[in-house]
Design a protein around this ligand. Structure first.
Ligand code: FAD
Length: 349
């Protein structure tokens, strides 16, 4: 019998398994998909926190302060621990003046963590909680289950694009509730990106087709009703879009904004990528109109955990399965997966 069972071989699960093995435990990781890495492997690999604690609270005012404090306070040490495992760091800043963190190569991160995690049983979902063995739920949230998304987030669920791995469908949540765990705050919130509404969107398009210049555009739904963006991360824009007819919107971009920089690209670059992918784009006098569809990356609500990542007796949750950290805004999901995955393993062993 192993000392610890981990459900999910993504960021939180692999971190938990690697840490537990480092502490001498015998661990089994169950992974529903046909590869390790979950959504972490598809991500941009930026693991970050707000520079200032007060800013974190302002940006995510609905989150549990105790959990936020854990992630914020432990991230720097836990990034150093990741490096000690041999994870190579691509950049030592998060590319945003508000935030600090590391940029990691998602492929190498997955490979290194998997090499420390021991046995990862691919194509073997955890469907029942084992009796008498501490278990960490790290199944990556419920964005892959349209029924749960419809019930908790938006009636437009069938029209959303799943901008994530296809396997994270609320299994951890169901298992935890069956064991008497409680729901966190913010069950109706998610992180995602508005994507250019191309006819086909595959995982390789999740980053290039993200339309991340809402602050320079006029936003309206397909009925012509307007929305005013209010956050730097634009998380409010995608959550608004997800609740509009067809989960679609239009970005109306004045010519004057085309040269603005968004991360390492200009607005023109982003629109050209959308055009190449066949998204509906209209050229009007002095402006470009891009049709977007809401893409859901990860749910932000889920299982309620305490300050040791415990959801119930002998049961832990980490990563996107654990809700109530980014509520009201957005903070790095890779960061909370790292901190809470590691903490859960330390408490369980
Ligand atoms: C395009 C893109 C870009 C992103 N960029 C960033 C970024 O730069 N910074 C950031 O912080 N976040 C980013 N994210 C979000 C981040 O990748 C995820 O939120 C993060 O991976 C969550 O970690 P996790 O361990 O909870 O879930 P995952 O890494 O998704 O792992 C969950 C795993 O659980 C498995 N699973 C599901 N059900 C079961 C079951 N019943 N039994 C066993 N296994 C199961 C899944 O197959 C999956 O492998 C991005 C995501 C995407 C898609």
């Amino acid at each position: 019998m192993p000392d610890l069972v981990v459900a999910g071989g993504g960021m939180a699960g692999l971190v938990a398994a690697a840490r537990a093995r480092e502490l001498g435990a015998d661990v089994v990781v169950y992974e529903k998909g046909d590869r390790p890495g979950g959504s972490m492997l598809l991500s941009s690999g930026v693991v970050w926190r707000y520079r200032d604690w007060e800013r974190f609270r302002e940006e995510c005012p609905g989150g549990e302060p105790q959990l936020q404090r854990l992630v914020w306070g432990r991230l720097d040490d836990d990034l150093a621990w990741l490096e000690s495992l041999g994870v190579s760091v691509v950049g030592r800043e998060a590319g945003n003046p508000l935030t600090t963190g590391f940029r990691l190569d998602p492929g190498k991160l997955t490979e290194t963590l998997a090499s420390h995690a021991g046995e990862v049983r691919l194509r073997e979902p955890l469907t029942e909680l084992p009796e008498g063995i501490p278990t960490i739920l790290a199944t990556g949230g419920f964005q892959g289950d349209p029924d749960l998304v419809r019930r908790h987030i938006t009636p437009e669920a069938p029209n959303l694009v799943l901008r994530a791995n296809p396997w994270s469908a609320g299994d951890g949540l169901r298992l935890a509730l069956g064991r008497g765990a409680e729901l966190s705050v913010g069950l109706d919130e998610f992180y995602g990106r508005n994507l250019a509404a191309a006819p086909q969107i595959s995982p390789g398009d999740f980053v290039p087709l993200a339309q991340v210049y809402a602050r320079y555009a006029t936003i309206e739904n397909l009925r012509g009703e307007r929305y005013e963006p209010r956050t730097w991360s634009e998380i409010d824009v995608v959550q608004w879009t997800a609740r509009q007819p067809g989960a679609r919107a239009r970005y109306i971009v004045p010519d004057a904004a085309l040269g603005e920089h968004v991360r390492d690209r200009t607005v023109t670059d982003v629109i050209e990528a959308a055009r190449r992918a066949g998204a509906p784009i209209e050229q009007r006098n002095g402006e470009t109109v891009v049709e977007v569809v809401a893409g859901i990356t990860t749910t932000l609500g889920g299982i309620r955990i305490d300050g040791r990542a415990r959801a119930a007796e002998g049961l832990y949750a980490a990563g996107a399965d654990a809700g109530g950290i980014s509520t009201g805004g957005w903070s790095s999901a890779l960061a909370s997966a790292l901190v809470l995955g590691k903490l859960a393993a330390e408490d369980a062993i």
